[in-house]
Structure formats: C-alpha cells, structure tokens
Design a protein around this ligand. Structure first.
Ligand SMILES: [Zn+2]
Length: 122
C-alpha cells in the first residue's frame, strides 16, 4: 500500500477519504495498492496537477531547463510502428525514420524493449 503523493489529496473532501475511529474521523490522503496517474504516484490528475503546481519550479531548476531549441533530425527521428491492419499474431514490426521515411524490420522483442533504439541523440 502506498499513499497518493498529491500535496492536497486530504483536502479533497470525498467520502472514501474519511478515515479514523468514531469521534475522530478526518479526511486523509488516499492510500491504495495501485494508482493510475503519474507513474503510479497519484490517485487522480487533480492530485498530480497539485504536485506539479507546487514543485514544477524547483524540479526544473534541479533537473535543468530547456534553454535552447532541440532539433528533430534523422539521427533521433526513429520510432517503432507496426501494420495496424493485420491481426496480433501476424503483426509486422518496423522501425520508421520520421525524417527520411526509411523503414527497417524489427523483431517483436525489439519492439517491446523500451531500451532498444536506433536513435543516437535526444
Ligand atoms: Zn490524491
């Protein structure tokens, strides 16, 4: 079980947040085995947005701001795709370059491997 990381989760007054023993019930931060927002850290997009509003500036200062334009070139334009018309068992996976339109075959394993890439830059 883990807690929602929304800094104001407990301030959102819903029935499921009321916890505690009779006479000392309070609205509390949601606790679940699984959350579906923000990589499993937030109970809702509202809580995710509250976190973002509170921490976006120090987070950008910490991890680095984009200060110059990034460029999509043929070196980082590869994306994975498959033929959407075929059924799952006969699916053909391909790597497509969004700039040159070049296509290269891809195995299902490579398609599902999020670390596998032909891109050489960001
Ligand atoms: Zn929450």
């Amino acid at each position: 079980m883990k807690f929602c990381q929304g800094p104001k989760c407990h301030m959102h007054k819903t029935k499921d947040r009321i916890k505690g023993t009779k006479g000392s019930k309070t609205y509390q931060t949601r606790r679940r085995s699984k959350f579906y927002y923000g990589k499993g850290n937030f109970c809702s997009t509202w809580c995710q947005d509250q976190w973002l509003t509170k921490y976006i500036e120090p987070a950008l200062d910490h991890f680095g701001r984009t200060t110059v334009a990034k460029h999509l070139t043929q070196d980082n334009a590869w994306y994975k795709d498959y033929d959407w018309n075929s059924d799952y068992n006969n699916r053909q996976y391909i790597y497509v370059n969004g700039i040159t339109k070049e296509q290269r075959p891809l195995t299902e394993e490579q398609f599902n491997d999020s670390n596998y890439t032909l891109n050489t830059g960001e």
